[in-house]
Structure formats: C-alpha cells, structure tokens
Ligand binder design. Structure first.
Ligand code: BGC
Length: 265
C-alpha cells in the first residue's frame, strides 16, 4: 500500500476484465483511491458494476462505472468528465484497454489492422491527451501509466498489427514523458509478458499451448494480474517519483532472449 495514493482519483480504461480489472481493484481496495471504471461492450457491464458495488458498499462513492469507446475522442472526454463530476479531480490515468487477434500478415484485413491500432494506440493517445490537458490546465503533477507488452520490443509473427500498436505505445509514451517532464507529469509503460487473463484464457486452457508459452518464460511460470497491479500502484505512487519515460517489464524474463539461456550463441 502507498499512503500517498489514498483519496486520489484514477481513470482505468478497460477495467471490466483482465489487467484493467485487477488494477482498478488494487487502486480501490488496497490504495483507497477513487476510480472511474471504464468498460466498452455491454457484456462487460456486469463485471464493472460488481467491482464498483463492492467498493461503494460502505456508503461512500469510490467507484463510478462508465461505458465509453476509448478509440473515440468523445470516449476519453466522457471518462474525464465522469472523474471531475464525481470526484472533482483526476490524478492518475491508466490506459489499459487493448485487443489482439492473429493473422498471417499477408492475410491481415485492413479493417482488423485499423481496429487494433484504434484501440491499442489511438486509445492510448486519446486517453493521454485528455489527462494531459487536465494536468496542464490545473498544474497537476499527474501520472499516466500505459499498458504496452513485451511485444513493444519482442517481434511476434502473425501479430504484426498488435506489435505495431505496442511499439507505438512505447515511443509515444517516451515522447510525452519528455514533453511534459518539466511540469512534473510522469508517463511510464508496464510491459507485461504472459499473464493469466481472459485474453489468454483459450490459449492457456490448452495444455500444449500453455507448455509452449511457459517454455518462453525463464522463470517458468505464467504471471498473475496481481503482479501487474502491483507495478501499476508503484508507478502511480510517489515511490516512483523520479521515474519517467520507462517501460517496466513484468514478464518473468520473457524479454531476455530466452533461447540464449544456456550460453549458446
Ligand atoms: C499478449 C499475450 C501474450 C503475451 C506474451 C501479451 O502482450 O497479450 O497474449 O501471451 O504478450 O507473448
């Protein structure tokens, strides 16, 4: 727990499942923060509402659930407005929402490329833009945390649109970190490896596919949502107050070229 986070307000995009849900939960239940819990599609409303209800049970509103498409400028604005209307401020903005799909690149439909880029990269831009505008206007030394991936660095054949989006998130984040550092605004990425989330559920349910993935992790295990949430809390807190423009890899060593593990080469 980081006491400086208590009472602060965060927006978490894609907070109805997976990493976003875990980060929102940690902020609400362990850090005592207010959270705008964003979801996109109707099928995720229940999970977002359930998290909020559990946290609002003591009569004080700590969580507000907001439907928004973060690939649209109105979506990001809606999240900012909800934070300001409900809590009067925003201090931390986590751009987590992301999607992935698999296609050989020569068969990758343009619409699919555009969809993945729209959510994973344009969504990070629009969320960051809304947060930065507010931070600049109010002189807030705010924090932005962007969820990239080990694939901001590691090539991943048949996921070219995904890697393009995540590589984009990395350099976009470094650029705005530099642009706004003089105002005390910090921007960092978390680069998760293989984590147990719904995005990976089908893959990890297949023992062969799971074993294949584990082979790529020097530490020999899949990561947990809680491990990513812990990184998000640290990056949001003053404990990382001198850290900006960095990607924190939380990946059990996946990005360390595991095929060189035995000193071959
Ligand atoms: C992807 C996962 C994948 C992991 C490691 C993540 O960015 O979302 O599906 O297992 O990278 O390859």
């Amino acid at each position: 727990m980081y006491p400086d986070l208590t009472g602060k307000t965060a927006v978490v995009t894609g907070a109805s499942s997976g990493l976003g849900h875990g980060i929102a939960q940690r902020f609400l239940q362990q850090e005592g923060m207010n959270v705008v819990v964003n979801y996109h599609s109707e099928k995720h409303r229940g999970a977002a509402q359930e998290l909020a209800d559990a946290c609002n049970a003591n009569g004080r509103t700590m969580a507000v659930v907001v439907q928004a498409d973060i690939s649209q400028e109105e979506g990001a604005q809606k999240l900012l407005d909800a934070a300001l209307d409900t809590f009067g401020t925003v201090d931390v903005w986590v751009n987590n929402a992301g999607i992935e799909s698999r296609y050989p690149t020569h068969e990758l439909p343009l619409e699919e490329w555009e969809k993945v880029l729209a959510v994973n990269l344009t969504g990070v831009f629009l969320g960051s833009k809304a947060a930065l505008a507010r931070f600049v206007d109010t002189g807030t030394k705010g924090v932005i945390v962007n969820l990239s991936s080990v694939h901001e660095k590691v090539p991943w054949p048949t996921f070219a649109h995904y890697t393009a989006s995540k590589g984009g998130v990395k350099l976009f984040s470094e650029t705005i970190a530099l642009e706004y550092a003089h105002l005390g605004i910090r921007v960092n990425c978390i680069a998760p490896g293989a984590i147990e989330t719904p995005i990976n559920a089908a893959k990890f349910a297949d023992p062969k596919a799971l074993a294949q993935t584990v082979k790529l992790v020097p530490m020999g295990t899949i990561g947990t949502v809680e491990q990513i949430a812990a990184a998000a809390a640290w990056l949001a807190s003053d404990q990382s107050g001198y850290v900006t423009g960095q990607s924190l890899f939380v990946d059990g060593g996946m990005s360390l070229y595991p095929s060189f593990e035995r000193g071959d080469g």
